[in-house]
Design a protein around this ligand. Structure first.
Ligand SMILES: CC(C)(COP(=O)(O)OP(=O)(O)OC[C@H]1O[C@@H](n2cnc3c(N)ncnc32)[C@H](O)[C@@H]1OP(=O)(O)O)[C@@H](O)C(=O)NCCC(=O)NCCS
Length: 152
């Protein structure tokens, strides 16, 4: 498994991965293209051979980062791939002091993943998500206490 910058050539595979992970409403080809083109956005993929098995969209403005999305193909979960994607993004970001994210309250695997880095719950956005409607938990990590374990 290798982590590398996402290229336009990865878009189709990333879209298929995200459809598998979130259903078809999650990301369109257009939204992926614009995420890739966006200033301050850093998209990375985990690849095995030629196959994309993980995706991370990370943004940074000044000293503040945010995890926009992270997904790993169901066949490759619990192997440290999401952890490796996040660790790589955080370690390669310069001047980062804090990272924010939003996550569905019911998404236990994701919440546990973020907690394993030391992210803490700092608030709730009521009814933030649609289909199904659900609150978002806002989480924050202060980089000075960042626990970035070595990827497996
Ligand atoms: C959340 C997700 C990205 C985790 O990917 P992953 O590669 O399986 O995660 P990792 O193997 O790096 O897990 C790291 C740690 O997170 C926690 N974790 C991950 N999946 C978990 C689960 N199903 N249950 C409990 N804890 C879990 C564990 O602490 C794990 O460490 P451990 O395996 O040593 O116990 C993956 O389940 C996924 O793609 N889910 C669907 C998309 C999604 O919901 N993304 C988050 C959007 S906010």
């Amino acid at each position: 498994m290798m982590i590398t910058a996402m290229l336009p050539a990865h878009i189709k595979q990333v879209k298929a991965l995200l459809d598998t992970c979130f259903g078809e409403s999650a990301w369109t080809m257009e939204s992926l293209r614009s995420q890739l083109d966006k200033a301050d956005s850093h998209c990375t993929v985990a690849v095995e051979g030629d196959t994309v098995i993980g995706f991370l969209a990370f943004e940074q403005v000044l000293d503040e980062g945010s995890i926009v999305d992270v997904a790993v193909h169901p066949d490759y979960r619990r192997r440290g791939i999401a952890k490796a994607l996040i660790t790589s993004a955080v370690n390669s970001a310069e001047g980062l002091h804090t990272v924010f994210l939003e996550v569905r309250e019911s998404n236990v695997p994701a919440v546990r993943l973020y907690e394993s880095f030391g992210f803490e719950r700092i608030g709730v956005r009521k009814g933030y998500y649609q289909k199904p409607k659900e609150d978002a938990v806002i989480m924050n990590l202060s980089i000075s206490v960042c626990n970035t374990p070595n990827p497996r």
